[in-house]
Design a protein around this ligand. Sequence first.
Ligand code: NDP
Length: 444
Amino acid sequence: MSYVDEVLAKVKTKNASEPEFLQAVEEVLNSLRPVIDANEELYRKEAVLERITEPDRQFMFRVPWVDDKGQVQVNRGFRVQFNNSIGPYKGGLRLHPSVNLGIIKFLGFEQIFKNSLTSLPIGGGKGGSDFDPKGKSDREVMAFCQSFMTELCKYIGADTDVPAGDIGTGAREIGYMFGQYKKIRSVYEGVLTGKGLSYGGSLVRTEATGYGLLYLTKEMLKCNAKDIAGKTIAVSGAGNVAIYAIQKAQQMGAKPVTCSDSTGWIYDSEGIDVALLKEIKEVKRARLTEYAAARSSAEYHEGKGVWSVKCDVALPCATQNELDLEDAKQLVANGCIAVAEGANMPTTLEATKYLQENGVLFAPGKAANAGGVATSALEMSQNSERLSWSFEEVDSKLESIMVNIFHNLDDAAKRYNVAGDYVAGANIAGFEKVVEAMLAQGVC
Ligand code: NDP
């Protein structure tokens, strides 16, 4: 049995109840076969794959808080510190009812390679809770965040583990968590990223993931003799990543025509009105029905359906496994030429395979959405320097990081004779650096 198959079997036995984690490990290890086969003896002796698929440590804790009726509520908190071979753990905090240990582990595992790809010194971690900020008052969100941080603060620090936002954790939540960390630990340090500009945040962090997605997509198209300008784009999601992806796509001369949330989706034949979308989602925190009500060119549809729209480029920016095989078939039938993942693992394994087999350029999330964490690392640098860089300075660093990421994964794919397979290229490029650091640091 090959080393990859041996480790996959062990990982399946040990983590049988964590399907998302198993999916991520399977995808990564399968695409790493060319590198692993070439170094099998060394990697087996050093147990490289067993080590990289087992988190350094994971914390799971009770988060009690009091709601507006005086009722005590209890949620579950998580932080998985996966691998710090190349720098302090870094990865977001997801607040969503679906959160469980398997989801946090899948995200933490992916984060190792994504962070490595940015070429910045950050390791992989992830955390969150099954708390749902939706429909809660500000006071309730603050009560939850304070209780969550009261426990989390024992495990994190500016040089240890630096969490950030993710689904459900935006500027408001980061602010409450930062305040509680500062109060308990009595230190003012860059322990979280995605902070407000008045207390150590970085310009461009809000826009970074969506903008970065477009910088990478544009480069991928350019290197395949195609131009982003004039392309029709289908986007899913209507949160942080989706909004700024839509904005940057428009700045590049493309036309995004869809967005979605967990209840329905919008098709706007005139192109999405970003200002209206921001008002509805960022200010009013309302549903997309309000968008359709305010704009005559827009249609609102219940449920799922973004991928049925004819488009040149698809950007899934909502959540994991939101683009399945049927969706992939529709995209191909409609002439889609490229898919770039703004969300983490939004495309199922079968859909990814189908897209690649049908000649669709496919940029995996760990590369395409790395702009968020890259700018978080730039926020850490600014905090350490006690300086703030201008919007243009951060944005131009972000753009060159994303362009470099694309070339790194393109080169890695070519080196291992899988040219054009950007999934393999991203995994290989991310993996090589982490493994080199792991081996240099001995058995630890
Ligand atoms: P937000 O919470 O801001 O937005 C998420 C969007 O996706 C919302 O419109 C939400 O709708 C929708 N959504 C969530 N779950 C579902 C679902 N099950 N079905 C359909 N729609 C859904 O999150 P972000 O934009 O920050 O994150 C989106 C994705 O990008 C996630 O996978 C995240 O891990 C990834 N990512 C985010 C980064 C960042 O910097 N923000 C960095 C890298 C990756 P509703 O409001 O109705 O729930």
